[in-house]
Ligand binder design. Structure first.
Ligand code: KG4
Ligand code: ZN
Length: 332
């Protein structure tokens, strides 16, 4: 039996989970979204302060809910990057102190590996597999040749897809984070604006969303100047149609070239219903694994899943290790 205690604090969720032999005994998540909402995005300094307030409460709640004591644990795992440096340091420090105090080994986990491995709670991963990782900070296609090996085959040149959702949401006067609201609105509207689908015809697996975001903002500003009334639902449907065309087309090309056994779609934007519908209808040749909604956003349960692979491989970090805000997978 192996029991891991996992920490996640890279952005605006403080989370502590207990993992035992492939299952989560608990996954405590303290979200800070309410505090960041009025600023229209995550304020790093506020995020760090909230993590500091919440982390020990989350540890206590996790041990309590899992009904274990520190003596039952085999290792401590923590997100070491990428993310906000101050936020990461709170989790890293708490994890180090906990590991040191209880004489436990420490595992440093890449946040994006965590998002990807959240899919392992749905079904066992079969290698090689391909992952489309879509979150507020990242948009990348990752090749997983074997367990624990993550190589980027392409990523965004500019905005991440979740970031684009949140930025156009602001222009539509929606509250942060706007992804889910735009997804809901998109289902009620029509794709009538024909926004650009950048880099669709180009070879390779790079993404770009800044042109789409600018086209969207220009359309709204132009309408404001001419006192034209645009429907948010049609704007949302048009934006989402462009995003999904880009994501799904590039992913299909990568499947055709790399021939993975499974496709994993993970990260906060994997909660998108429109994306789930298009993947289900367009990718039928291999299984598509998408974590359940509660494991799509940031949480320590996903960090535990990635950490379990590293635990088996004996891949531990030293207590002198730091946090790495721009930690990234190698490029294939
Ligand atoms: O992975 P995540 O929780 O945090 C990061 O690591 O970035 O992702 C948060 C992002 C936000 O930008 C949010 O707007 C987006 O995920 N998101 C969605 C949906 N739900 C959350 N985007 C599109 N459709 C959704 N249903
Ligand atoms: Zn994330």
């Amino acid at each position: 039996m192996t029991i891991l205690l996992a920490f996640e604090s890279s952005c605006d969720e403080t989370s502590v989970a207990v993992w035992r032999d492939g299952a989560l005994l608990c996954n405590i998540i303290a979200t800070q979204i309410a505090s960041h909402k009025r600023f229209g995005g995550v304020v790093p300094e506020i995020a760090s302060r909230h993590h500091t307030e919440q982390i020990t409460l989350c540890i206590a709640a996790a041990l309590d809910e899992a009904a274990i004591t520190p003596e039952d644990l085999d290792a401590v795992a923590v997100t070491e990057g990428p993310g906000l440096v101050g936020a990461l340091l709170v989790g890293m420090t708490a994890a180090k102190v906990f590991a040191w105090a209880h004489g436990l080994p420490l595992i440093g986990v890449n946040h994006m590996a965590g998002h990807l491995m959240a899919a392992s709670y749905v079904a066992p991963l079969e290698y090689p597999c391909l992952a489309l990782l879509v979150s507020g900070g990242h948009t990348e296609l990752v090749w997983v040749e074997k367990e624990g090996s993550y190589q980027k085959i392409g990523e965004t040149r500019d905005d991440a897809v979740g970031e684009a959702y949140d930025k156009v949401g602001r222009v539509m006067n929606l509250t942060y984070p706007a992804g889910k609201t735009i997804d809901d609105l998109a289902h009620q509207g029509e794709d009538i604006y024909n926004f650009p689908r950048a880099m669709l015809k180009e070879p390779g697996y790079e993404f770009s969303f800044s042109g789409l975001k600018s086209a969207f903002i220009n359309t709204v500003h132009h309408a404001e100047q001419t006192s034209e009334n645009l429907e948010n639902k049609d704007l949302a449907a048009s934006f989402q149609a462009a995003v999904l065309d880009i994501l799904v087309t590039k992913t299909k090309h990568a499947i055709a070239e790399y021939r993975p056994k499974q496709l994993i779609v993970a990260g906060g934007v994997a909660a998108n219903q429109g994306l789930r519908e298009r993947l289900a209808s367009e990718i039928t040749e291999i299984p598509v694994l998408i974590p359940p909604l509660r494991l799509c956003g940031d949480n320590a349960g996903m960090i535990a899943a990635a950490a379990a692979v590293q635990y088996e491989a004996g891949n531990f970090i030293d207590l002198s290790e730091n946090a790495y805000p721009s930690l990234s997978f190698e490029t294939l």
